[in-house]
Design a protein around this ligand. Sequence first.
Ligand SMILES: [Zn+2]
Length: 507
Amino acid sequence: MRIVTGGIAQETNTFQRQPSTVADFLTPDYGFVARGAELFDLDGTGTVSGGIIAEARALGVDLVPTTFAALVPGGRVTRESFDLFRDEILAGVRAALPVDGVLLVLHGAMALEDDDDAEGLLLAAIREVVGPHVPIVAPLDLHTNLSDAMVQTADALVGYKEYPHIDMPETGARALRLLIGAVRSETRPAMAFTRLPLIVANQSMVTTWASPLKRAIDRARELEGESAVLAATVLGGFPFADVPFGGVATIVVTDDDPALARRYADDLAAICWEARADFAVNPTPVPDAIAAAMAAPEGSVYVLADIADSGASGTAGDGAAVLQGLLDAEARSAAVAQIMDAGAVAACIAAGVGSEVTLCVGGKHDGLHGPPVDLTGMVRLIHEGSFMLGGPMAAGTTTSRGRTVVLEIDGPGGIEVQLTERRGHPSDLNYFRAFGIEPTARRILVLKSAAHFRAAFEPIATEVIEVDAPGISSPNLATFDYRNLRRPIYPLDSDVEWSPAAPSATT
Ligand SMILES: [Zn+2]
């Protein structure tokens, strides 16, 4: 059996004005492009492709790689980037023909500079090459904004069930098994989806606690225990994308039972809809969060999550509001990961380790993440930038935010600030340890992360506080200027009437 694989994966924050370019994709440890057999470099990693490779080996399936391109979340993907990687994938598929199935690795919320539905375009292009009878299956991120075209073109779609996404390998493996079942004609996937008039903040999709989305996801797991259900998915959507089809959606794939798929997709949607008021997120004012951390007993570790400026949601990554709060409060034993400011990094490197520098830091990218901060500190460390993630999420992969500097403010035991050349999204203890900061030995850890930090940091945190700072991954969705999102939609519109019995598509 020959399964061709490849894909393009990026999560697009359409409020981020800086586009995502070919150069970004090709920047090592920031973007990731694997051509042909290079894909197997992901063997053993905690990624979707890592899961697919391991499962293919276990099942004795011949995996034919084309091109897989991925990039950290950011602005809309340029047409040049999409066309480049799409054409490489299509050429790889043509060269591999005849194939038994296609396993496409997608994110699900990628938007192009001139099209909101990149995944729909890619799926359609591949369908055209392989024809109507070769099954196409794709694993999807939980933050997928599901388009009609995606469902109409793929034979089956399978989403993550965890946020932080610690189940990426498992989801890839599940998608491959589903595809193999279809190729062998052991099953006939019948897929239905339900898209709700509901947009919710990322922070309410977390699965490390009993969030509203998790209730529906738990039910999806139960459904997958039934022999007729091949996959059941609850997508939270990616709210920081102004696209018509954004928001919460459910997908159920059954074995040759479209009516059951329809009913279960609606059942999962009903769970989300009934809980719609519970999705509200109410972050804590920055001064209150800092005061709580400073008043806590010796040995406490308070994580202050700067959830509105999460690099993993494609923000600027240069908001300095929490740092300003730390300076104002004269906080001690505080470490900030990370503030993107290439100019400040260059100034620190020019000054050299041990030098005192006075800088204006952050807040320069787009005016949407608060003002810069003036500070004086000592250059404690200069680092080339790359380090390996320890997990639980994406373990074994190497990442880099470019050259990284640690500034020490108010001497040892004061405030340590990491400055980077590119935006970060601290999801792993090594975001501190790689730069000489032991996170378990700091009273305050400031993380620019909406939720991915939770898998690694909740176990070491005395308390996690989501703070209310400015940024384009803020849970205050009413502050975003949506122009293309379908309306009415809850909670942006107050009196939304809806029930899952309303017409929606089935394939
Ligand atoms: Zn995601």
